[in-house]
Write a new protein. Structure first.
Length: 288
DNA sequence: GACGCGTGGTT
DNA sequence: TAACCAAGCGT
């Protein structure tokens, strides 16, 4: 099942792929690794400028490893999930000390680095080193759910059947190209909200479309509100630390969030997570 | 397996 | 306009 998907999707990709800098043939493994971490839960258009700045500033793992972790957090800007900046910094140091500055090439080695889970390890092994892995991101899972399983959305968490299906579809030749092509189809055509089936190269074979695009019937997908959460509070506090070069008096942090109990909890959380550092006299800064 | 973790554009 | 969504990970 589904082997008929390959040629249409690969042909579509050849015509419609975006020219993203981390896909160019001269992109280094480090450049690809940085892009993959930045792209976790983050749209391409927001990643592009930050990635470019990082590549200019820190073109190698050793360059980033030579900086204090707080500089990675500072130059993360407002990308979101700033622990990823800390993870990338820790990756850079591990790569420098344990791999002589060269990004490791195997899934198992990559998987052990901080912030690199199943998806990112498979993506880097595949896209940077040409290895054959099933790259199961949200786009690929959605495309396969629709085209093969006939359902609007994949399960909340990746299942064994999904993995088996993705592995069964891996082509003998050029698995990396296949992976990025399916991802791109999900990103540009087989989108979550309003899929453009009229532009889809596999519309004629898509189980979901042939079934009349039945609505999702799985469990309710909860979306938590952001306003007033610890998350928002942490973001406010970290923005103050990021934008101030050097020590920040606690009063400056108190000023950006009214609820003292929540504010203290969030600040403690940032310190616990290594995103902030307590200095003497109740001042704070990014980690050194 | 469910939850916490940022941010901003889109509908 | 509140909710959804965007190349997930760690606990």
């Amino acid at each position: 099942m589904g082997t008929g998907l390959h040629a249409p999707i690969l042909d579509w990709y050849a015509e419609n792929a975006r020219d993203l800098p981390w896909r160019r043939t001269d992109a280094s493994p480090w450049a690809i690794l940085v892009s993959e971490i930045m792209l976790q839960q983050t749209p391409v258009v927001r990643v592009l400028p930050i990635w470019a700045e990082w590549m200019e500033r820190w073109p190698t793992p050793a360059a980033l490893a030579a900086e204090p972790p707080g500089e990675a957090v500072r130059h993360w800007g407002r990308l979101g999930y700033p622990r990823r900046a800390l993870n990338l910094h820790a990756c850079a140091r591990a790569i420098t000390t344990e791999y002589e500055g060269q990004v490791p090439s195997t899934y198992d080695e990559l998987r052990k680095l901080p912030g690199i889970g199943d998806y990112t390890a498979a993506a880097v092994a595949s896209f940077a080193f040409g290895h054959s892995h099933a790259v199961l991101d949200t786009n690929v899972r959605r495309v396969l759910a629709r085209a093969v399983r006939g359902e609007e959305y994949p399960p909340k968490a990746t299942t064994t059947p999904e993995r088996k299906l993705a592995e069964s579809l891996l082509p003998a030749l050029d698995a990396p190209r296949w992976g990025v092509a399916v991802m791109e189809l999900g990103a540009l055509v087989c989108t979550a909200r309003a899929p453009r089936c009229a532009d889809c190269p596999v519309a004629a074979a898509c189980a979901w479309r042939l079934a009349g695009r039945p609505a999702y019937e799985g469990p309710e997908r909860r979306g938590q509100t952001y306003a007033g959460t610890d998350r928002q509070c942490r973001g406010r506090l970290l923005a103050v630390l990021r934008d101030a070069h050097g020590a920040v008096p606690k009063a400056a942090l108190d000023a950006v969030w009214a609820d003292a109990v929540q504010r203290e909890r969030a600040l403690d959380g940032l310190v616990t997570d290594g995103l902030a550092e307590v200095l003497a006299e109740g001042t704070y800064r990014l980690p050194s």
